[in-house]
Design a protein around this ligand. Structure first.
Ligand SMILES: [Zn+2]
Length: 377
């Protein structure tokens, strides 16, 4: 295959290190910080009629995304916004559960797998057994590159089955830490690309498309968006996407970004408000369970700049929100209900919202048995 050189640049915000984009550089080689991706981009959004006809998923916004010679897509994005009313509160829900493999992670997989394909990776390696692992497995297999998913032995069988069904080879590690050390090693051995979604800047850049879509979908942007937050990919992507909309003159302000976390894992709360909350025995929101997000400082800055906030919810609140959603036919996973739980908690503590939005991050259809256990005690 002919060689191709990326004109995108990896850049470290902490120490200033920079280099053109290469496979398997996912943290700053000088200081260990997460990296950003800098790239040439256009300055206009597509016309509405072109958007309606476009069949290329996130690549409908290719002018505003990094350039690659191959563009992987399964038709992700352009998820619906659905209106609902819960306890008298009007809510807009962005249905990220409608993506091809059932979660917002498909947007990031489309971009990260495009990068791996363009750089001739022979395999793609991820150490997630959740939505990111499923998305990576399906996107790489369908575009002709072998997926290898490294999962801890405790990973839920249902999700591993889906990863195998997508055609991935599954390597079982002792635990999460072991998986994280094994995955980059396997990538090197197999001339592959390690695509850690919590570190790669590609996943953040891809999430900007959610903000771009909203520009076409609503007359007035929501005043506040409640975002389940763990590694911050989704929140940071929304932030950068809205900043682009303002910079390009499409909008004059960005929505308040409210990070919602759980009693079990709330590093953003601790960084912004101080103190640790008593963790709960079980964490119903298994999709957001990171103790030390690599981009913590950046998440806090984004929340502050948007005049946002951080809210912590309990399992009881997640359960209640999940029941409300299911009763409206919205079969989303428990982690998605975290956003609605955060909104209800804010309203109960006196906040008033005219146009609040929740991001429903993933489908509940992958975890039906678990959902039954949660909502029918
Ligand atoms: Zn650095």
């Amino acid at each position: 295959m002919e060689s191709w050189v990326s004109d995108n640049v990896l850049k470290c915000r902490s120490c200033g290190w920079g280099s053109s984009e290469e496979l398997n550089i996912y943290m700053c080689p000088k200081c260990g910080s997460p990296l950003d991706l800098e790239y040439r981009r256009g300055d206009i959004l597509p016309e509405l009629r072109d958007i309606i006809r476009c069949r290329d998923g996130i690549w409908c916004f290719q002018q505003l995304l990094p350039r690659y010679r191959y563009r992987a897509t399964l038709g992700e994005g352009f998820t619906r916004i659905v209106g609902l009313r819960v306890n008298g509160v009007k809510v807009m829900a962005k249905m990220e559960s409608q993506n091809p493999t059932g979660s917002f992670k498909d947007r990031g997989a489309a971009l990260a797998v495009s990068m791996a394909l363009s750089m001739n990776a022979k395999a793609v390696v991820e150490d997630s057994s959740g939505n990111a692992g499923i998305a990576t497995a399906c996107y790489s297999k369908t575009h002709g590159v072998s997926p290898i998913i490294v999962a801890p032995s405790t990973a839920p069988k249902g999700k591993l089955d889906l990863i195998r069904l997508c055609g991935a080879e599954v390597v079982i590690a002792r635990d999460r830490e072991h998986a994280a050390t094994l995955a980059p090693r396997i990538a090197i051995e197999r001339s592959g690309a390690y695509l850690p979604h919590t570190w790669l800047p590609h996943h953040i850049e891809a999430m900007k498309t959610i903000a771009f879509e909203m520009h076409y979908q609503v007359d007035e942007l929501p005043e506040a968006i409640f975002v389940p937050t763990s590694s911050g990919t989704l929140l940071l992507g929304l932030y950068r996407g809205f900043k682009d909309l303002v910079r390009l003159g499409y909008r004059d302000r960005i929505p308040r970004l409210i990070a919602v976390q759980t009693r079990s894992f709330h590093p953003i709360y601790t960084a912004m408000k101080g103190g640790e909350l008593e963790p709960e025995e079980e964490n119903l929101a298994d999709g957001i369970s990171i103790k030390r997000p690599p981009r913590l400082r950046e998440i806090v800055d984004a929340v502050n700049d948007s005049k946002g906030d951080v809210v912590v919810v309990s399992n009881q609140e997640i359960k209640r929100a999940l029941k409300e959603l299911i009763s409206r036919g919205m079969i989303v996973e428990p982690t998605s209900a975290v956003s609605l739980a955060g909104l209800l908690r804010s309203v109960e503590s006196g906040s008033v919202f005219e146009r609040a939005m929740v991001i429903l991050t993933g489908s509940g259809l992958k975890v039906v048995q678990r959902m039954i256990e949660i909502v029918q005690p």
